[in-house]
Design a protein around this ligand. Structure first.
Ligand SMILES: [Zn+2]
Length: 314
């Protein structure tokens, strides 16, 4: 495929995608993005914009950002953004080379510290994914969301399989051929610990109280093509008594106000709906504009047809 025009969900504008090879996962670039961007970053941005349009006002934790695309955009536009990397043998929670050091399996963040957690191609490198998902669940606020990408193997049905086991002496017992990926925090790269498969949604939901959705793309417009395009969205299930805006975002303002009349969260709830409605109004205005353009086009076609008809009659 040749370079082509599309709409980048990170730049939020029309762009010309650069096609550098047939392995689109690493070779389909948006040259307008900060340091370029690749399909999984645009897929995550697309879902982030869709599920959390007000992410700029939220508290975001990103594990192991690559300094590119949506990661840079979040740093620049979200004051509540925290990026972490994992450095073994260094005190957890301390700052190292400008990064906060966090082991995803045992984080130093307090409960409910974030509204959004993000990771791009990290989950295939953790050894105890069950612990990681439970820790992310713990550090999310009620109704908070974890968005992540990682390779999902087409040929595998089981939710996850180990590629190797760690022996008591610390050595590796390989079950599958070792596979190493690049790591922005280490020149040695990162070994792939886990193969994820089709049933990953069931697996994750069994590990922690998440509502899990899996998105998969063949989306030329947004530059999300090739293998392993999945974005996994894990919503921390709200508890009974939580803000109903979290539980049912489709409720109307009136419904919410009725439900929340005696609630201390009432103002917050109404504000949430107001911002949701503002977004909807903006979308409707966009549709209206498009419809008006269509009508103008149709009137032109109609005039042309009338002119043709008049000519034919004469
Ligand atoms: Zn872009």
């Amino acid at each position: 495929m040749e370079d082509y025009q599309g709409y980048c969900p990170i730049c939020e504008t029309g762009v010309t995608y650069r096609v550098e090879g047939s392995w689109y996962r690493d070779q389909l670039f948006c040259p307008s993005c900060p340091n370029g961007s690749i399909p999984r970053e645009r897929a995550l941005a697309l879902i982030l914009n869709e599920l959390c349009p007000n992410w700029r006002d939220k508290r975001i934790h990103e594990s192991s950002p690559a300094g590119r695309g949506i990661s840079v955009k979040m740093v620049q536009q979200c004051a509540g953004y925290v990026g972490t990397q994992f450095f073994a043998g260094i005190e957890q929670g301390s700052i190292n080379n400008g990064w906060r050091n966090e082991n995803l399996e045992e984080q130093t963040f307090p409960d409910g510290a974030f509204d959004i957690v993000v990771s791009l191609d990290v989950m295939e490198h953790v050894y105890s994914p069950d612990k990681v998902f439970r820790e992310i669940h713990r550090t999310l606020a009620s109704g908070g969301i974890y968005l992540c990408t990682f390779p999902v193997r087409k040929s595998q049905v089981d939710g996850w399989e180990r590629r190797f086991e760690l022996l008591p002496d610390g050595n590796r017992h390989d079950i599958k051929e070792p596979e190493i990926h690049g790591n922005p925090a280490s020149s040695e790269g990162s070994i792939v610990t886990i193969d994820w498969g089709y049933d990953l949604h069931q697996t994750i939901a069994a590990w922690a109280a998440f509502d899990v959705s899996v998105y998969r793309f063949s989306d030329q417009t947004h530059g999300i093509l090739g293998e392993y395009t999945e974005v996994v969205a894990c919503r921390k299930r709200p508890l009974a008594g939580d803000n109903p805006a979290i539980i049912h975002p489709a409720l109307t303002t009136r419904d919410a106000a009725l439900i929340e009349r005696d609630s201390p969260n009432r103002l917050e709830t109404v504000e949430h709906y107001a911002s949701t409605l503002e977004e909807e109004i903006k979308a409707l205005k966009r549709e209206l504009r498009a419809a008006k353009e269509n009508i103008t086009g149709l009137i032109e076609v109609n005039n042309q047809l009338l002119a043709n008809l008049t000519k034919a009659r004469a």
